[in-house]
Design a protein around this ligand. Sequence first.
Ligand SMILES: Cc1cc2nc3c(=O)[nH]c(=O)nc-3n(C[C@H](O)[C@H](O)[C@H](O)COP(=O)(O)OP(=O)(O)OC[C@H]3O[C@@H](n4cnc5c(N)ncnc54)[C@H](O)[C@@H]3O)c2cc1C
Length: 587
Amino acid sequence: MLETSPDEEVDLLVFGAGAGGMTAALVGALEGLQTTLCEKTGMVGGITSTSGGTTWVPGTSQSLRAGVPDTTEKARQFLDSVIGSRGGEAQRDAFLTAGPQAIDYLEARTEVKFAAAVAHPDYLKNHPGAAFGGRALGPLTFDGRRLGADFDRVRPPRPEFLVLGGMMVTRADIPFLVSPFKSFANIRHVMKLLIRHGMDRLRHRRGTNLVMGNALVARLLYSLRKKQVPILFDTALAELLREQGRVVGAVVEGPGGRRKIRARRGVVLATGGLAWNKELREQLFPAPARLRSLAPEGNTGDGIAAAMRSGAGLDDKLDSAGLWMPCSILKRPDGTSSVYPHIILDRSKPGLIAVNASGRRFVNESDSYHDFVMAMLRANETVPSVPAHLICDRSFIRDYGIGLVHPGTRNLRSFIEAGYLIEAPSLRELAGKIGVAADAFEQTVARHNEYASSGVDEEFGRGTSDLNRINGDPTNHPNPCMRPIGPGPFYAVAVWPADLATSAGLQGDGDGRVLSPDGEAIPGLYACGNDLASIFRGTYPGPGTTLGPALVFGWRVAMHAAKASKAGALPLDPARDRVPGPPILKE
Ligand SMILES: Cc1cc2nc3c(=O)[nH]c(=O)nc-3n(C[C@H](O)[C@H](O)[C@H](O)COP(=O)(O)OP(=O)(O)OC[C@H]3O[C@@H](n4cnc5c(N)ncnc54)[C@H](O)[C@@H]3O)c2cc1C
């Protein structure tokens, strides 16, 4: 039953508290709009909080500050080369133009602050304008204790990436943790981490030294609270309200049932994309990639579905409807599963290859997670390649670890018994266990070992891009991504595709206004984050491919809604004090 009157009324109504929605709500409030943020679950963060937090924005003042100046012109050249004329030009232009401005705005007016990475190359080589550093922004570490009770409102990272019962670590911490006694500096670094974590655990369920995506979300939440933006938890978008062609608000489903909230300036959809929307998955994803997603279960495509019911167009003419990571799966004794995304820590290191059922390689294993899976899906059209198997020897596990097996792990028994790690004394026996053609498999490893000795991968060019080399092992020569595999025992881990984000989404313009299938803007309706189709058209050009646009379009939609001419927008309430009152926290 809908309550009829009086309807609540705000200027800007935002759905989804991930990177996109939190940015839109924050900027809307900063621009003087009375803004309410509705979040379906009891926590903010969505996929963003489980992410690396890397945000791809070219040409920022942060890159200049880091000593790796970059220009939007170079980035435009790069994107033109990667994407060509496959659509989205106006949106990419809007992104490139607004990007540095949006990041500076956030840095100056909120706690959302970044540092540009000096060495974090674009993912695609041989394109003019590609950068080695400066474009990937990392959110600064955040002390979760500053949030007080709100710390529990931040969705935790994936458990697979936590150590010691809830401690977040960065890639930079790993060498210290793997060899804690190697030097005094290592001991000191590890002690510092452990003491802080020990203190945290006396008071909190997990560590409060927040990094990566968790730091980004915590910074956004802290800023929203400071600006006193109301956040309605457990409150989901159910339907959009449309009057005379304009979206004027929404029906929300909250703890007290269904009610209407009207929005004078606009409704922003940022519900995280179509990840767990069964119908859209079936319609858009290749069959072998439909089963697994890395998104939280709350991301059921509500924003996209509601907009389509209100006349919005779905933009699905992309290279790929999903952006992917290869994932291995450990079945726990209690029947639940642990899904591990193989992002950078193992695939690119020397002494590992990936094979499909033919016993042959099908990809440059050191390429980006998205390109790895794209190759896997392509290969699967002719040879069973889902799952594929990552192959290595014992020394590889000692030095680098594989998936959930951390480097240096001495006892592999539990992983073998769980069926996660498949072990065999010889390549032929391993081939039998994982169901690949044995002769070809032996030849593949022999050929790979020759390439490792010469340093030249004649089949896939492994180690020839900045991305490959930076994720390899610089102490390994002649190629940081290749060393001979063997002697046995040998190991295999199966990997399947899972979406880290969806790239098909609502058709939009350069201000994030949602368009009808024939390209007309639907007044009052905006989208950002994964609800908006990817401006990179299903390619994955660099680190931070989804968060960069999520933040920049979060900024753009709010700025557009704030500046929308009175003729095109419903009038603001003249009687209302423009300074927001105390937060109304409805839970
Ligand atoms: C392991 C991993 C690492 C990653 N690393 C990176 C990275 O470093 N850089 C990068 O660019 N990308 C990365 N990604 C992808 C990135 O995290 C996502 O693309 C991005 O966070 C999506 O942001 P969003 O705001 O669209 O959605 P989300 O962050 O998922 O937020 C959506 C929110 O909407 C809520 N919601 C859903 N339905 C409703 C409804 N009906 N009403 C109200 N609220 C609703 C959800 O509960 C959720 O809180 C990574 C992904 C994974 C899995």
